[in-house]
Write a protein that binds this ligand. Structure first.
Ligand code: FAD
Length: 400
C-alpha cells in the first residue's frame, strides 16, 4: 500500500493548485494526486474558455469574489514567473437596449465594490474598442484576460513533481474508509493510505464526498456548454471579449465571444442538461447519470421554475439559427457561415434539493477530509487562491 501525508483526489486545476500551494507552504510533505484519467486536466479545466475573470459579477464578500480577485493576480504572477503567455486583452459587457441598462448598472456597482478596474462607456467608445459590437452602453473591463489553463496545469504538474509530489494517473478513486485515524483510499491503481484527503473531483465531487462519509448539501447536475468558433475570415469582427448582460437568475454568463490565447475566437457557451456527467456530445448518454439528474428533487424544482429559460437553451442547442441569433444580438454582422462547431465543455453545477443553483464555492470538511463540493467558474482563474484557502483549512494539522 502506498502511504502519503495528503492524498489529493482529482488532477484538474483546483487539485493541482492545491498541491502546488501545499508544497510551497509545507515543503517536504508527501503529497499524492490521484487522477482517474490518463492525463491531467481532461474535464472542466481542459474544456473551458480560457478567460482570466476580473471578478466583476460576484456578490461582494462571497468566496467567488474574493478568491477571483486574489487568484487572478496570483495566476498572472505564476504565468509571468513561468513564462506562460497570457494577455490582459480587456472585455466589454454590453447593454443592447434600454431594458438592460439597470442590470448593467448593477454589474458595474458590483465591479466597483469588488475593486475591479472598470468604467462605464458609451456607444461611441464601444465602437472604438469593438467596432463590430452592438450596444447602447457598456462596461469596459481592461484587466480581463485570456490564458491557456491546460498549459498552466502542465506547468503546475511539473513543479509539483519537482518538489517531490507524486501524480498517479489512471487512479480512479472507487471508495474510501477510515482506519486508525487515517483514510484508506481505494483506487484502480491500488490502495493509498493518507493522513488527510482533499477531494477536488469536479463533476464527481458529490459522489466522492459521500464516499468520504460526509453528506453533500447539494448534488452535481452536469450542464453542457456548446461552442462554435469563428472561421478565420470572420475573426476580425471580434477584438477581445464581448459579453452580454447575464440573466441574474443563473450563474452562467450567456453566449459570448472570446478571443483565445493561441488565436481564434470562440463563441458560446449555451447551457443544457448533459445526459452524462462527462457528456461532451448530444449523443453522450449515461443512463445512470441521466436518471440520477432527472429524478433529483432539486433538478425537478429547478426545471419547473425555469422551464422557459431551459427550453430556450435547448432550442439553441438544436437550432444553429437560434444560436446565431443570440450571437447577432452582440455582433450583428455574424452569419451562420462564419461559424464552425468547436468542442463542448461540461460544468459541474451543484444544485440544492430545493432547486437553487449554488453559485458560490462550497467546501465541506471534517477532521480528515476536505471536500470541494462546488467550484464553478471562475474557479480556474481563482484556483491558486482556492488552493491557498484549502491549505489554510489544513492549518496546523500537518504539524510541519
Ligand atoms: C464550458 C466551461 C467554460 C469555463 N470557462 C471558464 C473561464 O473562462 N475561466 C474560469 O476561470 N473558469 C471557467 N470555467 C470554470 C473552470 O473551468 C472550472 O471551475 C475549473 O476547471 C474546475 O476545476 P476542478 O479541478 O474543480 O475540476 P475539473 O477540471 O473537472 O477536475 C476534476 C478532476 O477530477 C478527476 N476525477 C473525477 N472523479 C474522480 C475519481 N473518482 N477519482 C480520481 N479522479 C477523479 C477528473 O478526471 C478531473 O480531472 C469554465 C467551465 C466550463 C465547463
Amino acid at each position: 500500500m502506498h502511504t502519503t501525508d495528503v492524498a489529493i483526489l482529482g488532477g484538474g486545476i483546483v487539485g493541482l493548485a492545491t498541491a502546488y500551494r501545499l508544497l510551497e507552504r509545507h515543503p517536504g510533505t508527501s503529497i499524492t494526486i490521484l487522477e482517474k484519467e490518463r492525463e491531467l486536466a481532461q474535464h472542466q479545466t481542459g474544456h473551458n474558455s480560457g478567460v482570466l475573470h476580473s471578478g466583476i459579477y460576484y456578490k461582494p464578500g462571497s468566496l467567488r469574489a474574493t478568491n477571483c480577485r486574489e487568484g487572478k493576480l496570483a495566476m498572472q504572477d505564476f504565468c509571468r514567473k513561468e513564462n506562460i503567455p497570457f494577455d490582459l486583452c480587456g472585455k466589454v459587457i454590453v447593454a443592447i437596449d434600454s431594458s438592460e441598462l439597470s442590470q448593467l448598472q448593477k454589474i458595474f456597482e458590483r465591479g466597483k465594490a469588488n475593486g475591479v478596474q472598470c468604467s462605464m462607456i458609451d456607444a461611441a467608445r464601444l465602437k472604438e474598442l469593438e467596432p463590430h459590437a452592438a450596444g447602447i452602453q457598456a462596461i469596459h473591463v481592461p484587466e480581463s484576460g485570456i490564458v491557456d489553463y491546460r498549459q498552466v496545469c502542465d506547468r503546475l504538474g511539473q513543479r509539483i513533481t519537482e518538489a517531490g509530489g507524486k501524480i498517479l494517473t489512471s487512479a480512479k478513486v472507487k471508495s474510501m474508509f477510515r482506519k486508525q485515524g487515517r483514510m484508506i483510499v481505494d483506487t484502480l491503481a491500488g490502495d493509498v493510505e493518507a493522513r488527510y484527503v482533499i477531494n477536488c473531483t469536479g463533476l464527481h465531487s458529490d459522489r466522492v464526498t459521500r464516499m468520504s462519509g460526509q453528506v453533500p448539501t447539494a448534488q452535481i447536475v452536469p450542464f453542457r456548454g456548446e461552442y462554435f468558433e469563428l472561421k478565420p475570415t470572420a475573426q476580425h469582427l471580434v477584438k477581445s471579449l464581448i459579453y452580454p448582460i447575464p440573466d441574474p437568475n443563473f450563474p452562467f454568463l450567456g453566449v459570448h465571444f472570446t478571443r483565445m490565447i493561441h488565436g481564434g475566437v470562440e463563441c458560446g457557451p449555451n447551457a443544457v442538461l448533459a445526459f452524462s456527467r462527462e457528456g461532451y456530445y448530444k449523443t453522450s448518454i449515461n443512463p445512470f447519470d441521466l436518471l440520477e439528474s432527472v429524478t433529483y428533487r432539486g433538478f425537478i424544482r429547478l426545471a419547473w421554475k425555469n422551464w422557459r429559460a431551459g427550453w430556450g437553451e435547448m432550442w439553441r442547442s438544436f437550432s444553429k439559427p437560434a444560436f446565431v441569433a443570440a450571437l447577432q444580438r452582440l455582433v450583428p454582422e455574424i452569419r451562420s457561415e462564419h461559424l464552425v462547431p468547436a468542442p463542448a465543455g461540461v460544468r459541474a453545477q451543484a444544485v440544492t434539493p430545493d432547486g437553487q443553483l449554488v453559485d458560490d464555492f462550497l467546501i465541506l470538511e471534517n477532521d480528515l477530509v476536505i471536500n470541494v463540493c462546488n467550484a464553478p467558474s471562475p474557479a480556474a482563474t481563482a484556483s491558486l487562491n482556492i488552493g491557498k484557502l484549502i491549505v489554510d483549512k489544513l492549518g496546523d494539522r500537518l504539524g510541519t
